[in-house]
Design a protein around this ligand. Structure first.
Ligand code: SF4
Ligand code: SF4
Length: 381
């Protein structure tokens, strides 16, 4: 099968140039060779900028994808001092991976920025909101400070609500457990720990590994073979990031949308309920877990009339609160959420999403959003 960017090599005449330009050859074909990745991105004319929500809303060169890589490159080479001010734009990233979708090298800028973020965390230069979350994770294994305790219950499938649901949307956790139990699962819950993904986004990789190991132990002790999460970032952390960091799992991890779509026949919806909604594909589900159509397909399967928004599926637009941006740059996070709300509200008064952080972002910015679980819960009674 041809590589998806083969056309670009042909178009640029690279094959003819190979013999005369080894620099161009190394630049275009030397993908994935570690240290030089941030340099390649820094030299790129921002080819993914049109898809980056931060760039679209903030509009500044320094917070554009290549702009952030340029800063990171200069700091890594000691050409720009790393301090609280210089590192600020580096944290203006949602870790949404919209850039990766358009990048010839398939770079995720958020990953290219990890080294500089790590250094800034060690030096105490990360934005104050980010440092606070990291301190909470270190002290409590919870993103928002000291958590309330959860009374464990045993079952065949373990539900992990995640920090945002526990802190801000406890009703969603209750409905999720009830919906699953009503439809044939015996649901286990534990006094869960954060999956650690905020530490990964904010650049404390040692802390991420530590929280990941604790979280894995908590799940393993429950004896569950299947874990289901409300938050796609928790699924992404456990399924994709944990193995990358050597934290091996003895259980499988599913996002709630994956579980629902695998067991559609268990759910009976009430035929007299007609609902018309638009929807918001969470970036972690669409991009990072490569499930761009899952939410829409689920809605259609449950008989919901959907109005497609302009930015959806493989071209979705982050809610603004991803990647810890609401901690590091709360104002910018609000502006991006506002942009997304403006778009979605043109299509319908209600949007359905599949990520508690997105729901929180929209609700906090005056737009009515429900999680797919809440919608299915209502449709099945
Ligand atoms: S992520 Fe890729 S497309 Fe975007 S600026 Fe960097 S190298 Fe260019
Ligand atoms: S991860 Fe998202 S916010 Fe960060 S540079 Fe890429 S597109 Fe922009």
């Amino acid at each position: 099968m041809p590589w998806k960017w083969s056309w670009l090599l042909e178009e640029a005449g690279v094959r003819k140039l190979l013999s005369t330009s080894s620099l161009l050859y190394r630049y275009l074909l030397g993908r994935g060779d570690g240290a030089s990745e941030v340099v390649k991105c820094a030299l790129c004319p921002n080819m993914c900028r049109h898809a980056c929500p931060v760039s679209i809303v903030d509009g500044r060169e320094t917070t554009s994808p290549a702009g952030k890589s340029r800063l990171a490159m200069l700091m890594e080479r000691g050409l720009l001092e790393l301090n609280q001010e210089t590192v600020k734009p580096v944290y203006a990233c949602l870790s949404c991976e919209a850039c990766k979708r358009w990048c010839y090298f398939e770079f995720s800028v958020s990953e290219l920025l990890q080294r500089v973020k790590s250094k800034s965390v060690s030096a105490g230069f990360a934005p104050p909101g980010a440092l606070e979350v990291l301190s909470n994770l270190r002290s409590y294994g919870y993103a928002y400070g000291r958590p309330g305790r959860v009374a464990p219950q045993r079952g065949e499938i373990l539900y992990l609500a995640g920090c945002t649901v526990r802190e801000y949307l406890p009703g969603l956790a209750e409905k999720t457990v009830k919906l699953l139990e009503e439809n044939g699962w015996k649901v286990a819950v534990v006094d869960e720990k954060c999956c650690g993904v905020p530490a990964y986004y904010l650049g404390d990789l040692e802390l991420f590994k530590e929280v990941a190991r604790t979280s894995r132990e908590t799940v393993s002790e429950s004896g569950a073979e299947t874990v289901v999460t409300s938050c796609p970032s928790c699924t992404y952390a456990m399924r994709v990031l944990y193995p990358r960091f050597g934290v091996k799992l003895s259980f499988r991890v599913l996002h709630i949308t994956e579980l629902l779509s695998q067991h559609l026949n268990r759910f009976k919806t009430s035929s007299n309920k007609s609902v018309k909604v638009t929807y918001h594909d969470p970036c972690k589900l669409s991009y990072s877990l490569d499930e761009p159509d899952l939410l829409r397909n689920l809605l259609v399967s449950f008989g919901v009339t959907v109005v497609d928004p302009w930015r959806r599926g493989r071209e979705t637009f982050c809610c603004g609160y991803g990647g810890g941006l609401s901690f590091s740059h709360p104002q910018l996070a609000k502006m991006i959420a506002g942009e997304r709300v403006r778009e979605l509200s043109q299509y319908a008064e209600l949007a359905v999403t599949a990520c508690p952080t997105c729901k929180l972002a929209f609700q906090s910015n005056g737009y009515n959003a429900v999680d797919i679980v809440e919608l299915v819960y209502d449709l099945t009674r």
